[in-house]
Ligand binder design. Structure first.
Ligand code: PHB
Length: 391
């Protein structure tokens, strides 16, 4: 004991086994801008998953370092670099917007730091521009809407108008829907793309949708844009003449409290709803609600499952993080029954294989609007889409 106390601090540090060093997880997420609430929920839920593991694996503490992307691709790129080169993170988790993910792709691939994506759906990141270091727990944009095209056509929607924000995710989600809807026999009668993050008045778009007289509008918005769009569509009484459908983040439980009754009737695809009846989801919702005093949405489920994936992979490597290939290969071995149901990572693309749920926003007896599952499309898996893994 005597000898240890006289050791200089640096020598003491060097004497510690490498195992004792923290495992740093860089949360590269929007904490401001259009998608700020999404970044917060993902982080909260990931922290819960780490807490369940005692905030450590093999004696190494799990630490989250937050970096605000501001929902801006150039800021995301700068922050990713900072997390890797200054903070020396072992993992990156994020971002939310497809455009942010595209902006950090090359840096992540070159730096070989595993990026776990709970949300950003840019198709090419698990297709032509895939990387062994980019693992997608969320979804690809195409995977999310592909099942909805045929499903809605089969349910009687024969013509649709497309409406989304004008950036990668909006374009890809509409493109994916269009492909499967028209292949089934559906007709697209118009499409509009609103300036991303700059549109708060959806009036002109609502008027165009109504004038085109489609059976349905297929729409995607998230964050503050989703709240504004749904409220304005209700004020405009669009649902009287046009069925409102789409990528159901538009009525996410994260935005429903602000949207209220205006969201009722929305029909669309989603990979999670709070009402899913499985033990992992019940436990997750109980913990999240106790801690944060609100229901967790699909963004929370994905943040939690991203955290679980990291913990499960680290258990397999006994907490070792240096050999990045071993960490990623451990992720491939994890088969999880998470809150959203079964999920696993397809090693051919690093995209998640998961159920897609057709959901409806319904007003309950208490006047509250919740999402109900009306159909399940099981184990939806993307094609390889030009992905070649270059380690
Ligand atoms: C995306 O930009 O990929 C994105 C953002 C928010 C969502 C879904 C997709 O809710």
């Amino acid at each position: 004991m005597k000898i240890r106390t006289v050791l200089p601090a640096l020598a003491l540090l060097a004497a510690l086994p490498a195992q004792a060093q923290d495992i740093k997880v860089g949360a590269i997420l929007p904490y401001s801008g259009v998608y700020a609430s999404i970044g917060e929920e993902i982080t909260n839920a990931m922290a819960l998953a780490f807490e369940e593991a005692g905030n450590a694996v093999n004696g190494r503490a799990l630490k989250i370092i937050r970096a605000d992307t501001e929902t801006k691709p150039n800021v995301a790129a700068a922050k990713a670099r900072e997390l890797v080169t200054s903070d020396n993170v072992d993992f990156l988790v994020g971002p939310v917007a497809s455009s942010e993910a595209m902006a950090i792709r090359d840096f992540v691939h070159q730096s070989k730091i595993p990026l776990v994506m709970p949300n950003a759906g840019a198709n090419v990141l698990t297709g032509e521009k895939c990387s062994p270091y980019i693992v997608r727990v969320g979804f690809s944009n195409d995977q999310f809407v592909r099942p909805a095209g045929k499903w809605l056509f089969d349910k009687g929607v024969k013509s649709a108008f497309l409406l989304a924000p004008d950036y990668a995710a909006g374009r890809e989600l509409m493109g994916g829907f269009k492909k499967s809807f028209t292949a089934a026999g559906g007709k697209i009668v118009g499409e509009e793309y609103s300036p991303f993050g700059q549109t708060s008045d959806f009036g002109p778009y609502l008027a165009k949708v109504k004038d085109a007289k489609p059976d349905a509008v297929f729409v995607f918005y998230a964050g503050s844009e989703a709240i504004n769009f749904i409220k304005q569509a209700a004020d405009f009484q669009l649902a009287k003449s046009v069925k409102i459908t789409g990528a159901a983040w538009t009525v996410s439980p994260l935005f429903l409290p602000a949207q209220g009754e205006a969201a009722a009737g929305f029909l669309g695809s989603l990979n999670y709803v709070p009402a899913l009846d499985n033990p992992a989801n019940k436990a997750f919702q109980a913990k999240y609600q106790e801690r944060h005093k609100r229901v967790a949405s699909e963004f929370g489920a994905a943040g939690y499952e991203s955290g679980r994936l990291i913990v499960e992979a680290l258990k397999r490597t006994q907490g070792a993080t240096k050999d990045k290939k071993a960490v990623i290969e451990a992720m491939h071995k994890v088969e999880m029954n998470g809150p959203r149901g079964p999920l696993k990572i397809d090693p051919a693309t690093n995209n998640v294989i998961q159920n897609i749920y057709m959901v409806e926003a319904r007003k309950g007896a208490d006047g509250k609007v919740d999402l109900a599952v009306v159909d399940t499309i099981a184990n939806v898996k993307d094609d390889v889409n030009g992905c070649a893994m270059n380690w």
